[in-house]
Design a protein around this ligand. Sequence first.
Ligand code: KIV
Ligand code: ZN
Length: 566
Amino acid sequence: MLKDPSQKYRPFPPVNLPDRQWPGRVITAAPRWCSVDLRDGNQALAVPMNVGQKLELFNTLVKVGFKEIEVGFPSASNTEFTFNRRLIEEQRAPEDVWLQVLVQAREDLIERTVESLVGAKRVIIHLYNSTSPAQRRVVFGMSRPEIVRVAVRGAQLIKERLERLRGTEIMLQYSPESFSATEVEFARDISEAVMDVWQPTPQRKMILNLPDTVEVAMPNVYADQIEWICRHIKNRDSLIVSLHTHNDRGTGVAATELGLLAGAERVEGTLFGNGERTGNLDVVAVGLNLYMHGIDPQLDFSNLNAVRAVYERCTGMTVPPRQPYAGELVFTAFSGSHQDAIKKGLAEWEDKQIELQSSTSTGTAKSELQHWDVPYLTIDPRDIGREYREVIRVNSQSGKGGVAYLLESEYGIELPKDFQREFGPIANDEVDRLGREVSGAELKAMFWREYIERHAPWQLLGFETESRNGGVKCKARLRHHGQPVEFTGEGNGPLAALVNGFSRTCDLRFEITHYSEHALSAGETASAIAYIQIKQADGKTRWGAGVDTNIELASVHAVLSALNRS
Ligand code: KIV
Ligand code: ZN
C-alpha cells in the first residue's frame, strides 16, 4: 500500500444539497421490491443457472412474495431467451407478477427482447446505458450529448415496438448505469431525455432506476444523490424512483436504506446479496431490518432456511456464516456473558407472554409486555423459522451460563447456581484443552465423568434405612480403596444418619450444606438426580451428584461423589 494514498486516490466530491431532508426522516412502509437474482445475480455466477435452476429459483421468488422479477437478459443467449419463453408459454407467472427484462440501447437486442415477451401478461422493459465520466471516456469514447443520443434512440426503438405486445400490460424502466459515479445534473438530463420519449404520466408512470453500479462513496452521498434527483427532475410524480445498490464498500444495505429516506420508492436486489464482485443489495437484510422495526416487509421469510437451501442449490453459492439473519452463526452466542443475557432475556420473554395472555393490561404496560427486547437477539429466530437450539453453543470462551443452558435444555439437568460455578470452570478447562466447540452430549459426558462415575476411593455396595425412635437408622456397606467397610448411623433422616455413621466409624467429619434433587427426563430411564454440597472439617466445600432410580440412593451416591472429589 502507498504511504500517501492521496497520490493515487482522491475523495469523492460531495453533492451540493445544504438543505437535505433525508436525515430527519424515518422509513414507515416497505418499498416495492424487484428481485434481480435471475439477471444480475445470475450473470455473476461462475456457472450461470440453467433453465431448470432458474425455474426453481423463480418459483421461490414468487413464493417469497416478489411482484417484480427481472428474469433475464433475453437477447444475451439462447438459455435466457428460452427461459423467458417457458415462463410465458407455460404461464408460470401469477397474474400479479411483472416479468422484467434488461436490454441495452441497440436495435437488434431490443428486437429480440420484444420477441421474447410476446404473449406475456405484465412486463417491465428495462433499458440502460452507462453515463459516468469513466464509462463515457474509456468504454464508449463519447461526449455527453452522444451518450444522451444513445439513450434516446434506445427509448424510441422500444416505443416503436410496443404495438407488437398488444394485450400485454407494459411498464418501462430506464437506468443511467453507473449513476452514483455520474454528475447529478447529467444523470437528470439524460433521464429527462428518456422521459421526453416515453412520456410517463402520474397514471402511467415509468421506473427511473438509479444504480450504485459500483459503490464509490459513503451511503450518505448516495442518499444526497437520490434526494437531489427527486427534487430536481421534472414530473417527479410520473416516476417510480428505484434503487439498485452494489456492495463494493460493504455499505449496500446502508445505501439502500438511506436512499429510501431520500425519496426512492422501489428497491432492486438479490437474495443474500449475490451479484457482481462484492454482490448486489441483500434484500433479505433490508426486508428483515424493516421487520425488526415493526414494519411488514411484504416479503415472507418465515422459512428462511428453506429459501436459503433453494438459493444455494440453484446458484452454487453459499451463505456465509455471519450473513445477517441467514448465516449459520447469527443466532449463536459463544461468549458466556452473551449466553447468560440471552438465557435471561428468553426466560423474561416467555414470562411476559404468559402475563400478556392472563392480564388485562393496556397502554405502556401492554407495550412493554408484547415488544421483543431480548439482549443480543435483534429478532425472535422463530419468526424466520430458526431455532433457539442454535442460540447457545459452548466453546472455550463460554461461561458457566452456556454450560448450564446446554445441560438443562438438552438433558434436563438443572444444576443449582453454586454447582454451576464449580462445574463451569471444570468444563471450560476441558473445552480449552480440546480447542473446539463441544456438543451437549460431550458436556454431559464430562459431567458424568466428574461427578456420577466417581467410584473411588468410596464405593457404595448397599444402603438400608429403618425408622428408629422418631428418627432414622442406616446401615451402609461400602468399599474404601477396595477394602470393605460397614457402619451404622443415626439421624433425623437418611442423609443425617449417613453423615453420623461416617463420623462415628470412619472419623470422617463433614456437614451437608445443600441438598436438592429432581427427576431426570424419560430418556434417562426415569431416574432421579441429587445434588449435594458438603463442608468438610477444613471448611472447604465440594459438590457431588448421584443418579439412581431410587431417590434415597441417588442422594447417598451424591454424598460419596462429593467425598470422592475431596
Ligand atoms: O448495477 C447496475 O448498474 C445494473 C444495471 C444494469 C441496472 O445492474
Ligand atoms: Zn447491478
